[in-house]
Ligand binder design. Structure first.
Ligand code: NDP
Ligand code: GDR
Length: 329
């Protein structure tokens, strides 16, 4: 039985990845931070087969302790402060967790391998946010990195540190440069879920409007369930490498609003949407569209869910959740 260790187990991707690995017969361990993490209950209810180990990416000794219990064949480093807007307000903390946390994870793996002789394959959750200022469209593995947020800068550090450990120590360390991916499990602070949840509430008469920032930004949005499959595929290759994972199609926030409101039968959303400077960013990433030809060729990976289907899936799930919360039959 293969063993996997996942940091960020309580996040969107951690949940999907744990389900995928369990379905493949893995024994799965997940790192959970905090003394009384409110997400523990959700994790235990959704995926009771995951063994939870406590620790924090900023605490190397906690990672080493977790490694000595999990003894994983595969280490997926998904833990991060992942909300870009928050990273300006907490730049130092973001650098510690999202940047230096990768170094701690790599060190925990390297030291465990040296002490036990066990081979551990490593996955780093890199991000299209590293491309930042638009240099080239579509973006691929060779595109110049020009991050535009403290989060993006921290991810660049983690990305190059992963490459460095591969080159310095011969580690099987791969970095997935994943473009935005969403699902009904997406955190409500991210724009897709913020919109699908608000649209569900507006259609049920529970809310009047939604307040947003920049409606012109464009993102290459895919389905999280597809993207965790790519993570696993990377660690099944003989050689470690870096891969862009994307759909190759981009949509604006306006298009997101079109699809989400259409899902509840509203064609003209203008009276429901308000704009507020508070949701504008000090530096924006204007256009993301990925070229995942390398992953398609070498990993045989393909996205299966198109954008309209993804947004409809999220609105449907939010309708169910909001009805339940409001006691609507
Ligand atoms: P989420 O924000 O949903 O999950 C982040 C996870 O990181 C949570 O489990 C959180 O735990 C954990 N975490 C936060 N701080 C720490 C810490 N100090 N020590 C240990 N764990 C910590 O992110 P996603 O699931 O969406 O993304 C997974 C990874 O992929 C992240 O690294 C993200 O930056 C990256 N990524 C995501 C993309 C996307 O579109 N979703 C695209 C590209 C990259 P807690 O429950 O305690 O808060
Ligand atoms: P992003 O996702 O920054 O791309 O990072 P997010 O959904 O937060 O923003 C996408 C775009 O929408 C614009 N926007 C708003 N965003 C939010 N959150 N709230 C708003 O009200 C709003 N109005 C407009 C933003 O300006 C932006 O252009 C996500 C995260 O998952 C990262 O961890 C990951 O690395 C990248 O995707 C790839």
């Amino acid at each position: 039985m293969k063993r996997a260790f996942i940091t960020g187990i309580t996040g969107q991707d951690g949940l999907y990845l744990a389900e995928l690995l369990l379905s493949k017969g893995y024994k799965v361990f997940g790192l959970m931070r905090g003394q009384n993490n409110p997400k523990r209950e959700l994790l235990e209810r959704l995926i009771p087969d995951v063994e939870i180990l406590t620790g924090d990416l900023t605490d190397l000794s906690s990672l080493m302790r977790a490694m000595s219990v999990a003894k994983p064949d595969e280490f997926y480093n998904l833990g991060a402060i992942s909300f870009v807007a928050y990273s300006w307000e907490n730049a130092h903390l973001t650098s510690e967790v999202t940047g230096m946390g990768v170094l701690n994870a790599l060190e925990a793996v390297r030291l465990h391998m040296a002490a036990t002789g066990q081979e551990v394959r490593f996955y780093q959750a890199s991000s299209s946010e590293m491309f930042g200022k638009v240099q080239q469209v579509p973006q691929n593995e060779d595109t110049l990195l020009w991050p535009r947020s403290p989060y993006g800068v921290a991810k660049v550090y983690g990305h190059y540190m992963t490459i460095n450990y591969r080159e310095s120590y011969g580690m099987h360390a791969s970095s997935g440069v994943l473009f935005n991916h969403e699902s009904p499990r997406r955190g409500p602070e991210f724009v897709t879920r913020k919109v699908t949840r608000a649209v569900a509430r507006i259609s049920l008469g529970l809310q009047d409007t939604i307040t947003l920032g920049n409606l012109d930004a464009q993102r290459d949005w895919g389905f999280a369930g597809d993207y965790v499959e790519a993570m696993w595929l990377m660690l099944q290759q003989d050689e470690p490498d870096d891969y862009v994972i994307s759909t190759g199609e981009t949509q604006s926030i306006r298009a997101l609003l079109d699809h989400a409101f259409a899902a509840v039968g509203i064609d003209d959303w203008s009276s429901y949407v308000e704009l507020d400077e508070r949701f504008m960013r000090p530096a924006e990433v204007d256009l993301l569209v990925g070229d995942s030809a390398k992953a398609r060729e070498r990993l045989g990976w393909e996205p299966t869910v198109k954008f309209p289907e993804l947004i409809a899936m999220m609105v449907d799930a939010d309708l169910v959740e909001q009805k339940e919360l409001a006691g609507i039959k």
